[in-house]
Design a protein around this ligand. Structure first.
Ligand SMILES: [Zn+2]
Length: 330
């Protein structure tokens, strides 16, 4: 795998390549950005490139170093994961034992610490000195989906490299290349918010039931009654399980609204995101004004925006739904 084999984030990859050419890769790095966009893949390509026998600014993928790193058998490149959801001080100690030793077979020693936000305070404090002054032959790459969970003392010692979501178009293309039907690929790409890994792993049956749930919610919101059962359903669940699902439900609701706008403005059904809901959509469209649909869409967008900023999800669910209830059939 080379930089070009990792989808998206071309600016970030270009910057890293430039730094490789100049031999100016920072020794302490923090890769931050949404989940499922290839941060770990890029970290591995970088580790390979720094040790590749054929190339200076990329991984050739075929030399003995590149292959050994890929299979996890290269003694100078180590990937560290949380154990039972925590990065412990013992794991950091193991790293500290070798951090100051010259590479055994490669040019650079590389430590990739995945889910760095799972470092407990003790572990974090134990690596401050290493991050502050690593030897020139050692690179430490911390990876996180949420830089706000990384202690400021850690963050300030690392050069941050940001990653962004994979575009819907790119995700659609990958899914179609993997044999997914185009219409389904479009719907999946819409739901995953740039998370390619999730897009690949989503089960179509689960998506269908989520869409049904979203339509039921849309229907009760428009009718202005029956919303409380949805609120109750969400009120008693754990934050993580609600958050992912509620975001997806909102995305589906937004896609229903966009379809309504399309029908209103063109009457054309060929471009619908949800062609299988056409009769339901036409029924709703006849009863809603353009302004009402737009208003609904604005409310969905502001809820999605708030969710991204980590507000209290349970509260957000009830306030959002109450807010949307204001729009009902004429
Ligand atoms: Zn190579």
């Amino acid at each position: 795998m080379a930089f070009d084999d990792v989808l998206g984030n071309s600016r970030t990859k270009k910057k890293l390549k430039k730094s490789l050419q100049r031999k100016r890769i920072p020794n302490s790095l923090l890769f931050s950005g949404p989940e499922g966009v290839g941060k770990r893949d890029v970290a591995l390509v970088l580790a390979k490139a720094m040790n590749c026998l054929e190339k200076e600014d990329d991984a050739c993928g075929v030399c003995t170093s590149c292959r050994a790193i890929k299979s996890g058998n290269f003694p100078d490149v180590l990937v560290i994961f949380p154990e039972k959801n925590v990065l412990k001080i013992e794991q950091m100690r193991e790293m500290k034992q070798t951090v100051y030793l010259k590479p055994m077979v490669g040019r650079k020693r590389v430590f990739i610490i995945d889910k760095a936000e799972k470092m407990n305070e003790e572990a974090a404090n134990s690596v401050l000195k290493i991050l502050e002054e690593p030897p020139s032959f050692t690179h430490i790459i911390l990876i996180t989906h949420n830089p706000y969970l990384i202690l400021p003392t850690i963050k300030s010692r690392c050069q941050e490299v940001s990653f962004s979501q994979i575009s819907k178009k790119d995700i659609e293309r990958v899914l179609v290349d993997r044999g997914q039907d185009e219409e389904k690929a479009r719907i999946i790409a819409l739901l995953v918010r740039g998370n390619l890994k999730q897009a690949i792993n989503l089960d179509w049956e689960d998506i269908q039931s989520l869409r049904e749930k979203a339509w039921q919610l849309f229907d009760v919101l428009l009718k202005g009654k029956g919303v409380s059962s949805f609120v109750k359903d969400y009120a008693f669940r754990r934050r993580e399980s609600i958050e992912a699902e509620f975001v997806q439900v909102l995305e589906i609701l937004a896609s229903f609204c966009r379809d309504l706008l399309l029908i209103k403005s063109t009457g054309n059904q060929n471009l619908l995101m949800n062609p299988d809901y056409e009769s339901n959509l036409r029924d709703a469209e006849a009863r809603l004004s353009l302004g009402q649909v737009l208003d609904f869409l604005v409310k969905i967008d502001s809820a999605l925006y708030a969710l991204e900023r980590n507000v209290n999800v349970n509260l957000l669910v009830s306030s959002t739904l109450a807010n949307m209830m204001g729009i009902s059939y004429a």
